[in-house]
Design a protein around this ligand. Structure first.
Ligand SMILES: Nc1ncnc2c1ncn2[C@@H]1O[C@H](COP(=O)(O)OP(=O)(O)OP(=O)(O)O)[C@@H](O)[C@H]1O
Ligand SMILES: [Mg+2]
Length: 231
């Protein structure tokens, strides 16, 4: 089997997409799959002798020990930590979704699964006309929603789910991510999310301020594979 993938979106920026995407990539690998990663558009990058580098893309590549050239994984990398469409305009770069699609196909040809992390939330603009939702749609892979469990997430989770379906993209499920150590009534919120979203979480990543970056979600990876095969 080659060429399937998951697009990881979130209820907002900084909700745990990278943590979850890396944990799922590790989980898929632990099951013996060949896994590739992508961060098609990133902002907030660091200047290095090799060029601009996104910490998210590097974390994803590290999770799967990727040997792929950096530019295939992260073709659009902007230095300021601002919305990608503003960063792209300032850099006079037009984000070309067809090019992202070609990179995806290169990765998918050599992998069983490609784990793709979005930028920001579902409707983060990447140009005057396009958003990350258009990237997910063009890649034709199911979308997994990371819900950052913090105050406001019940609203953001429902909005994001509706928007994914409105764009005609398959909804692969949701993962709760414990990003807020001060969150109150976590259990009640998780129960509300399950009821409002109409399905249980694929996984719950508890708040682990020291251990989040080494998390592995193997059972969740197995569940997602089963779901994706039925799409
Ligand atoms: N389960 C967790 N427990 C504790 N901290 C977490 C957890 N998941 C994520 N974090 C922390 O929350 C912050 C945001 O996580 P992460 O970078 O994965 O979010 P993101 O959605 O990928 O952000 P961005 O929009 O910048 O791509 C990070 O500091 C991360 O270490
Ligand atoms: Mg990230």
């Amino acid at each position: 089997m080659t060429g399937r993938g998951f697009f990881i979106t979130g209820t907002d920026t900084a909700v745990g997409k990278t943590v979850v995407a890396c944990a799922l990539a590790r989980g898929l690998r632990a099951r013996g799959a060949r896994v590739a990663v992508m961060k098609p558009v990133a902002s907030g990058a660091t200047r290095t002798p090799a060029g601009l580098r996104s910490a998210d893309a590097l974390a994803l590549m590290d999770a799967v020990q990727a040997a792929t050239p950096y530019a295939v994984v992260n073709p659009y990398c902007f230095e300021p930590a601002i919305s990608p469409h503003i960063a792209a305009k300032e850099a006079q770069i037009e984000v070309d979704i067809a090019m992202i699609r070609r990179n995806f196909e290169v990765l998918a040809a050599e992998a069983d699964w490609v784990v793709i992390e979005g930028a920001g939330g579902w409707f983060t603009p990447i140009s005057e006309r396009q958003t990350m939702a258009d990237v997910a749609w063009a890649l034709a892979v199911p979308t997994l929603m990371v819900v950052g469990v913090r105050l406001g997430c019940l609203n953001h989770a429902q909005l994001t789910r509706l928007a994914i379906e409105a764009r005609g993209v398959s909804f692969a499920g949701w993962i709760a991510s414990g990003v807020d150590p001060a969150m109150e009534r976590t259990a009640e919120n998780l129960a509300s999310l399950e009821r409002l979203l109409g399905e249980p979480a694929v996984a719950i990543a508890p708040c682990e301020p020291r251990g989040a970056s080494s998390l592995t979600l193997e059972a969740a990876a197995a569940r997602l594979v089963q779901k994706a095969i039925s799409f």
